[in-house]
Design a protein. Structure first.
Length: 232
């Protein structure tokens, strides 16, 4: 794929590229632009029947830590949660009435509640297109830079662990693996992206959002499209 070839040039100044490509972007809620956790783009019409007609609005924070080598912060979900137990994820959850319809407010609140990340360390720079998750949510990824110096206090009822991964690793095409899994929700086989890191494996909705961000960084036309869309 063109994006894979474009990303093969080696380490880049990803912080600068992300700011350039996402700066000024707005949430995009149009149903025609919804993406799914699979690696390769919009919803396949043959699979649309498996997804809810009226998904619950949700948001996640995509936290980029401004270290000498840019990293991304992840959580490992608690093992006894009802949905996606034990999986690698971003902090986030449903958009509640107190968020007044704002994905930004929901993502920041959830990050504070789940892992104790204080808003004063966080600078939101933009948004990825909404991702439709088969468990019933329409997720707006809120991309932000986080200043070092924060301390985390994960809620053990929701989060088993937190960890960081260098963006150079996440955006290296050699680490992007296509695999098929049988969905626990539908029983159908679907294609996912796996991004292994040590003993951990980032996949599903989280890897799908990562691949969207990666494409926006290496495909300028895709980045331009993020600047057009409704306000919150």
């Amino acid at each position: 794929m063109e994006a894979e070839r474009a990303g093969a040039a080696g380490p880049r100044d990803w912080a600068r590229i992300i700011r350039e490509r996402l700066g000024g972007s707005r949430p995009r809620h149009d149903v025609s632009e919804w993406l799914v956790p699979g690696v390769w783009g919009p919803i396949d019409p043959s699979q649309r029947r498996f997804y809810p007609r009226d998904p619950v609005p949700a948001a996640v924070l995509v936290p980029l830590i401004e270290r000498p080598e840019l990293t991304m912060l992840f959580t490992q979900r608690a093992p006894d949660l009802r949905n996606h137990a034990g999986q690698i994820s971003f902090p986030g959850g449903r958009i509640e009435s107190r968020d007044e319809g704002s994905p930004r407010a929901a993502a920041l609140r959830e990050a504070r509640e789940e892992i104790g990340l204080e808003e004063r360390f966080v600078s939101v720079i933009g948004y990825l297109p909404d991702h439709l998750v088969i468990s019933g949510f329409r997720v707006t990824p809120v991309v932000a830079f986080v200043q070092p110096g924060f301390s985390l206090s994960p809620d053990p009822k929701e989060v088993q662990d937190t960890f960081e991964v260098p963006v150079n690793h996440l955006f290296d095409p050699a680490n992007h693996h296509r695999n098929r899994r049988r969905s626990a929700f539908t029983g159908e086989e679907v294609e996912f992206c796996d991004i292994p890191y040590g003993e951990r494996n980032i996949w599903g909705a989280t890897a799908g959002m990562l691949m969207t961000l990666y494409r926006l960084c290496v495909e300028p036309a895709a980045a331009d499209a993020t600047r057009v869309g409704p306000h919150e």
